[in-house]
Design a protein around this ligand. Structure first.
Ligand SMILES: *[C@@H]1O[C@H](CO)[C@@H](O)[C@H](O)[C@H]1NC(C)=O
Ligand SMILES: *[C@@H]1O[C@H](CO)[C@@H](O)[C@H](O)[C@H]1NC(C)=O
Ligand SMILES: *[C@@H]1O[C@H](CO)[C@@H](O)[C@H](O)[C@H]1NC(C)=O
Ligand SMILES: *[C@@H]1O[C@H](CO)[C@@H](O)[C@H](O)[C@H]1NC(C)=O
Ligand SMILES: *[C@@H]1O[C@H](CO)[C@@H](O)[C@H](O)[C@H]1NC(C)=O
Length: 476
């Protein structure tokens, strides 16, 4: 009874009192050229009752030698998340893609997290990425509003487990793509476009992996229901750092990973956050040509996988395969995966497609398949591979570690969509058998003695680009 009498009174009160005038701050500053690749924090006070924060950035010689990333930390602070501190105040990041954003309890600019605006000291983070010798002169206009709010954002997460009644517990090869972007970071594709492409590309799962933000992961459930209820849509973030990009895949709901560390110890701390959540870590496009896109640390001990094939196959992917092969020869069980890195037309997700041997249609099963290297990569839809080794009447599959010698073992390769191309068998000693392959016809090859592992590639006979690539089968 009481509530029904009080509520209309409050509504009348809100309607009758005009909101406070917004507070505007104009801040300026200078970043020295020597600060490139660091992060600069600009504090500002958020008063109680604030219901919107708008930030507009401008700086000298934009696109003419200067580049300044943009993001914001709320009253929880901007200290680095690490083994000691897990209070992570990030409230959004748009890198160099946007010059302004708004955050309210109801909605926010894509890449920024809507929700309660708590009073206290917030910090705009400016990330100089490029600078002319004279440095960067920046301006920030910050507008805080007090308009009453009556609707509140609530996330709609995608279902990441289709296996709730155990109906998919059989092992199954699932086709997917670990790496794609949307308008929630620097892509032009909307989430529903990426989802519809994934269906058209015959994928069973995709990972949204916007740069340093979970905001696409927080809204994707509604799109999954509307456009592709059978498509598993899993959670990733492309952790985009000053020392390379990596995939934090298989994350918890609303999990963010710090991207501001400047040393290997910081990277290792960040990988622990991912592993604690049950996810996997993959080094993305380790030889990509753009500044700070290539892998910056000579650390290959804390990643579960390497994205050896990023988008259309090129010479940097060849370098990645070479690096991965060296790690295998050194005895590391690092998995090879692919990622389309699809952002905007004409790039399509599913190019390449990674096919994983999962036990169950769920995020955790896909992560487990990657951690065990039960995966192969093909150039796209319409292509598939099957690769086994018979050792003393046991059938070893991709990723298996066989206790026994390779001597006398029979390798079997069958492909679809690659007729007339070159199949290559590779061991720790290098390429040892190349031959032409025909779709649907099992190719059998007796393995020599003394191999540590065997893996296969299918190469284009014309330009030697990869069309398919498996993870190894190991002989222990
Ligand atoms: C801040 O800058 C804007 C745009 O230049 C201007 O319109 C406004 O008056 C300034 N506000 C304050 C408080 O200086
Ligand atoms: C942006 O900054 C540049 C250089 O500091 C200045 O010339 C320009 O007027 C600014 N633009 C706006 C809209 O304030
Ligand atoms: C704010 O960003 C949007 C794109 O996110 C852009 O269209 C708009 O022009 C920007 N506003 C200003 C004042 O630059
Ligand atoms: C087999 O093919 C690979 C990939 O094209 C090539 O690098 C290698 O030299 C070939 N080996 C032989 C023995 O032809
Ligand atoms: C092989 O490479 C050639 C030259 O780049 C290209 O025209 C052809 O389509 C490729 N074949 C396949 C099966 O991808």
């Amino acid at each position: 009874m009481k509530a029904t009498t009080i509520l209309p009174l409050m509504a009348a009160f809100v309607a009758g009192v005009s909101a406070r005038a917004p507070v505007t701050l104009n801040l300026t500053g200078h970043i020295d050229a020597s600060q490139v690749m660091s992060f600069v924090y600009v504090p500002f006070q958020v008063e109680p009752e604030t219901t919107s924060v708008y930030v507009l950035q401008n700086y000298s010689l934009k696109g003419q030698g200067n580049a300044l990333d943009l993001g914001v930390f709320d009253q929880r602070g901007y200290q680095l998340m690490n083994g000691v501190n897990d209070n992570f105040g990030s409230r959004g990041w748009s890198g160099g893609f946007r010059n302004n954003f708004t955050i309210t309890p109801t909605w926010a600019t894509p890449g920024y997290n809507p929700g309660a605006i708590e009073p206290g000291t917030w910090n705009v983070v400016l990330g100089p990425y490029n600078s002319v010798p004279a440095g960067i002169d920046w301006q920030l206009q910050i507008v805080m509003g007090f308009d009453p709010v009556d609707t509140y954002f609530s996330p709609t997460f995608a279902q990441v487990d289709f296996d709730t009644i155990g109906q998919f517990e059989q092992q199954e090869w699932l086709r997917g793509d670990f790496h794609m972007h949307t308008v929630y970071s620097d892509g032009k594709y909307t989430p529903d476009e990426q989802i519809q492409h994934a269906v058209a590309q015959n994928l069973n799962f995709i990972f949204f992996s916007d740069h340093n933000t979970d905001t696409s992961n927080n809204i994707i459930g509604a799109y999954q229901q509307a456009f592709a209820p059978d498509l598993l849509i899993c959670r990733a973030i492309e952790v985009t750092t000053r020392h390379g990009h990596w995939q934090a895949a298989g994350l918890d709901r609303e999990q963010l990973i710090d991207w501001r560390y400047q040393d290997v110890a910081g990277f290792v701390d960040a990988t622990k956050q991912v592993h604690r959540a049950g996810g996997f870590v993959s080094v993305n496009h380790p030889f990509a040509a753009c500044p700070a896109c290539n892998w910056g640390f000579d650390d290959w001990d804390h990643n579960d996988a390497i994205e050896v094939w990023n988008a259309n196959f090129d010479s940097t992917d060849q370098q990645s395969i070479q690096k991965w092969h060296e790690l295998l020869v050194a005895g590391k069980y690092t998995a090879a995966i692919g990622g389309s890195d699809s952002h905007s037309p004409p790039s399509m997700n599913g190019v390449p497609t990674t096919v994983v041997n999962a036990r169950g249609r769920k995020q955790s099963a896909i992560v487990a398949a990657v951690k065990n290297a039960r995966a192969y990569i093909v150039e796209g839809p319409g292509k598939s591979m099957s690769f086994n080794v018979n050792v003393q009447n046991n059938v070893a599959q991709i990723g298996d570690k066989v206790h026994g010698s390779s001597a006398g073992a029979q390798a079997f390769l069958t492909v679809e969509g690659m007729s007339g191309q070159k199949a290559c068998f590779i061991s720790d000693k290098g390429y040892f058998y190349n031959t032409t392959i025909t779709d649907g016809q099992a190719l059998r090859h007796q393995l020599p003695a003394g191999l540590k592992f065997v893996r296969v590639e299918v190469r284009n006979v014309t330009d030697d680009s990869a069309l398919g690539l498996t993870n190894p089968i190991w002989f222990l």
